[in-house]
Design a binder for this molecule. Structure first.
Ligand SMILES: [Zn+2]
Length: 476
């Protein structure tokens, strides 16, 4: 019998708001320099404290939902998920179960250049717990992170392989960055993923028993978890065994998973409506205001680069992997109207300079304006600068803050296209190399490039090689 797997994902993303979800403490998106410095009586769970919802968090949350084409519920509520653990000072988590702010939506991506849409079941907002560090027989508690807003995106069971799952996660990451809702850096714990997987005979409608892998923290690990769990379940089923519904932990070093606990049901958490927070009622004005934050989707850009600009698939992918980079490309293209050259100057020259630079330079803090790079490309297109020299000019721009014209003039790099002065140079070269001219005429056409080289040298590399070429062909 053939088996297939069904996967759904729960993605947790740390929202990049200035302050925490229910108090005015600084939101610890990156690691704070010291433990317990961004805390107050609300987020460390003192008795009698009343939380207050952060408007910015609701706005970022709503913005993201709008970008997913989700249905927005104008009235939504928070719930309490009760559990006791030392990292949760309130002994409950503020989350949404009964009335989340949005319903279903979808994310479009490209898998092997094929457009695919993946359905999201719902999304909800909740606050994070603190961080425990076990140190010998002691446990240290840091509440800097407690109360930070998290978004949880729960997909439908729509994935049947690892490749689709990872492409979906990559698209989520790009969208988060493009809309500035989160940096979604998996290395820094700003985005992590729970993988739910079950297998069933091909064609059977009913799903098998699922397992869940918690907190998988890289794309690579997600595809490894899927491959390994599929194999494990298949082995059990083929031996007439039964899959336990359980939560499993993944060890990236050994490439193995192990059972953590049997999976809880929602009932175990005794959810009930949060009595300390009012319902969220979204006004039309608030919704309209939030809509202004919607940006062009990275996936739409990628498809446009492929279809309209005819860029290579790898280049389109590279440019849109970083939203700032694709925005830079957009600006450059507006000034040059040459998509292919704009792309190649960014991907082959500029990114190499950024990579080799010892300073912390990235595409958004370059020393020169995008108009300077556009000028270089336009001069190349007008044959006023050779492509070899254009690289020199960009290096100077990158390192020395000059403007392109000054560099070109001071280094005498402007290409000469003036026919009569180039003709004089050709005449001179032919006159001074009479033996080679004879050779060329009688038997050795291969030395043609010798004459081009001599002309370039005589013009101090400023002559246009294409024009030299034409004159030489005529005169020789
Ligand atoms: Zn606080």
């Amino acid at each position: 019998m053939e088996y297939e797997m069904i996967i759904w994902l729960e993605v947790h993303v740390r929202v990049k708001s200035k302050t925490k979800m229910l108090c005015s403490c600084k939101n610890a998106v990156a690691l704070a320099p010291e433990p317990n410095i961004n805390i107050c009586p609300i987020c460390s769970g003192f008795p009698g404290m009343l939380p207050q919802l952060n408007e910015e968090v609701v706005k970022l949350w709503l913005l993201w939902w709008m970008m997913m084409n989700c249905k927005i519920n104008k009235v939504s509520r928070f719930d309490r998920k009760s559990y006791y653990y030392p990292d949760s000072p309130n002994a409950f988590q503020t989350t949404q179960l009964f009335d989340p702010i949005v319903g279903a939506g979808s994310v479009k991506t490209l898998v092997n250049w094929e457009e695919k849409n993946f359905w999201i079941h719902h999304m909800h907002l909740e606050n994070d717990a603190g961080k425990l560090t076990h140190w010998g027989w002691k446990t240290l508690i840091d509440f800097n992170r407690a109360g930070s807003p998290l978004m949880e995106i729960v997909t439908d069971p729509v994935f049947t392989n690892a490749e689709d799952s990872v492409e979906f996660l990559r698209e989520i990451q790009k969208l988060m960055r493009a809309s500035k809702v989160s940096d979604a850096d998996m290395d820094k714990g700003q985005m992590r993923c729970d993988v739910n997987l079950s297998i069933k005979p091909v064609g059977q409608e009913e799903f098998g028993i699922r397992t869940e892998h918690k907190n998988v923290n890289s794309f690579w690990a997600v595809s490894r978890v899927i491959a390994s769990e599929y194999k494990r379940q298949l082995k059990i089923i083929k031996a007439w065994g039964v899959i336990d519904q359980e939560t499993r932990g993944w060890d990236d070093d050994s490439g193995k998973s192990s059972s953590l606990r049997s999976k809880e049901n929602a009932m175990d958490y005794r959810y009930f409506p949060e009595p300390d927070l009012l319902p969220i009622i979204l006004s039309d004005d608030f919704i309209e205001e939030t809509k202004k934050g919607i940006v062009e989707f990275p996936i739409e850009r990628r498809i446009r680069y492929l279809k309209t600009h005819k860029l290579q698939p790898d280049d389109a992918r590279l440019l849109t992997a970083d939203y700032e980079l694709s925005s830079y490309f957009e600006e450059l293209f507006k000034l040059t109207n040459d998509a292919k050259k704009s792309c190649s100057y960014i991907t082959t020259i500029l990114l190499a300079l950024i990579k080799d630079s010892e300073d912390e330079i990235n595409i958004s803090n370059l020393n020169f304006k995008v108009s300077q790079l556009a000028k270089v490309i336009n001069l190349v297109n007008k044959d006023e600068l050779s492509s070899t020299n254009s690289k020199l000019v960009i290096e100077e721009l990158f390192n020395n803050w000059w403007n392109a014209d000054e560099i070109i003039d001071s280094k005498k790099l402007r290409q000469k296209n003036d026919l009569s002065s180039l003709e004089t140079i050709v005449d001179e070269v032919i006159k001074n190399n009479s033996k080679q001219v004879e050779d060329y005429r009688w038997w050795n056409e291969n030395i043609f490039w010798f004459f081009v080289g001599q002309c370039m040298k005589a013009s101090r590399w400023q002559g246009n090689p294409k024009i030299f070429n034409e004159i030489l062909k005529k005169k020789l």
